[in-house]
Design a protein around this ligand. Structure first.
Ligand code: PMP
Length: 450
């Protein structure tokens, strides 16, 4: 390995980081990771900390999951690559598809379309939703609805349904025909309603109103995260997603669940849709499907949608969409091993138990530190702290203050993620109670020392 100064100096000279200003990365070299094991990561300067980010919501099983590493190695030796475009496939991806079909049966999803990640899965869902309506002769249904604060990746389709200006403004104009509904976000809402159930009803009324305004016959699909993640862990009232499902069904609008974060246990349930008792028409997955060990994703397709495609005799159901790496055998091997480990370890159960401890600990921290305006969680191992400089006015926190909290928290033993005014926590689902306490005490140090 090159020496420390070389790496720090050279990093941002020749590479641009996603979601960062190139000049800022040059000025403040990012933390350079050199190793990881269990739920801990190590950096070039010798820190070893609990990774409360879980990679990027994806390393659910931690960094030492040997069965996944072995499966990848074995597959590399056997068949490192072949395409699954028309005419060819591979044995491992067939086995994975059968596994996923069984896993997602309670969600009513029975076919997989493979991708290289979350943005790809979202793009595939949006495209196939439009095609579904065209096959059925409803050519006018091309619009998409989504939630403000929602995150759906950064391809042009995903960015167009994205509900955060940071990922949109610099890249406009985005795709026409995309409309946004207020999110059930009690801390800041145009409805001035803090009761989660009543707010959910108001957001559903706004959805119904927008459908009436656009005309149901012009709308292909509604896309939403069962629990909004990157937008700051917004956990809707249990009535919300079921309400969206009912409205969509009544208007012939497909429901796309963006489960890139929530599938495979993060919410304490096997999928986010199942957490709310909803069956979507599509579920976008990626991230934890391979634990971050290989870039891979799967768009899961509802039985009802599959039937429309598979019974077509006109040729309109020919899929003109796909990626070189769709169904990559090494990704499929990683996914299969990951799924088996996730099921063997009953990952959602631990996510639920440790998630409760973390959420309660964060609520206790809020009593000690005025900068914590809102604490969100209560659905497994995904929590957020929204920071404010003044609790009464809810004025934004100074960027330097939140960065300082993150730095001190890191030095005290925990990596956390800062996104806007939020500190986001999404640790591996194999976390234990003492590691939950390390996260809480590191944050306490961060807030105490600013
Ligand atoms: N959808 C959701 C809900 C996500 O959280 C993300 C990534 N954080 C994406 C889509 C995009 O995934 P990727 O970064 O793998 O393209």
């Amino acid at each position: 390995m090159k020496d420390s100064n070389f790496l720090k100096e050279k990093n941002a000279r020749s590479l641009w980081h996603p979601m960062a200003h190139p000049a800022a990365s040059l000025k403040n070299p990012p933390t350079i990771l050199t190793g990881a094991s269990g739920v801990r990561i190590c950096d070039l300067d010798g820190h070893e900390v609990v990774d409360a980010v879980g990679g990027l919501w994806n390393v659910n099983l931690g960094y030492s999951c040997q069965p996944v590493k072995d499966a990848i190695t074995a597959q590399l030796g056997q068949l490192p690559y072949y395409s699954t475009f028309r005419g060819t496939t591979n044995d491992t991806v067939i086995e994975l598809s059968e596994y996923l079909r069984e896993f997602f049966a309670p969600d009513g999803l029975s076919r997989a379309f493979y991708t290289s990640g979350g943005s790809d899965s979202v793009e595939s869902a949006l495209r196939l939703a439009r095609q579904y309506h065209k096959i059925r002769g409803e050519n006018g249904r091309f619009k998409f609805l989504s939630l403000k604060k929602g995150y759906h990746g950064t391809h042009f389709g995903g960015a167009s349904v994205n509900g955060n200006a940071n990922f949109r403004t610099a890249y406009e104009p985005l795709m026409p025909g995309c409309y946004h509904i207020p999110a059930p976000y009690t801390y800041r809402t145009p409805f001035n309603e803090t009761d989660p159930e009543r707010l959910a009803q108001l957001c559903l009324a706004a959805l119904e109103d927008e459908i009436g305004f656009q005309g149901a016959g012009t709308i292909a699909a509604m896309i939403m995260e069962p629990v909004l993640g990157a937008g700051g862990v917004i956990v809707p009232h249990p009535s919300f997603m079921a309400g969206v499902r009912e409205i969509c069904t009544r208007h012939g609008i497909l429901l796309i669940a963006d489960e890139v974060i929530t599938a495979f246990g993060r919410t304490g349930s096997w999928t986010g849709s199942r957490h709310w008792g909803v069956r979507p028409d599509f579920a976008c997955t990626a991230k934890a499907i391979t634990n971050g060990y290989f870039p891979f994703g799967a768009l899961m397709i509802g039985e009802n949608v599959a039937e429309v495609f598979e019974s077509d005799t006109t040729g309109k159901a020919n899929i003109g969409h796909g990626y070189t790496y769709s169904g990559h055998p090494v990704g499929a091997a990683a996914a299969l091993a990951c799924m088996q480990e996730t099921v063997r370890l009953d990952a959602p159960k631990n996510a639920d138990l440790r998630g409760r401890e973390l959420y309660e600990g964060l609520l206790a921290l809020q009593h000690r530190h005025d900068l914590i305006g809102d604490v969100r969680g209560g659905a497994g191992l995904m929590c957020a702290l929204e920071l404010v400089s003044d609790r009464t006015t809810k004025a934004s926190i100074d960027k330097n203050v939140i960065e300082k909290i993150q730095k001190i928290t890191y030095e005290a033993g925990t990596m956390v993620r800062v996104s806007g005014n939020n500190i986001i926590l999404s640790p591996p689902l194999v976390l234990n109670s003492s590691e939950v306490q390390i996260i809480l005490s590191s944050l306490d140090a961060g807030f105490s020392q600013v």
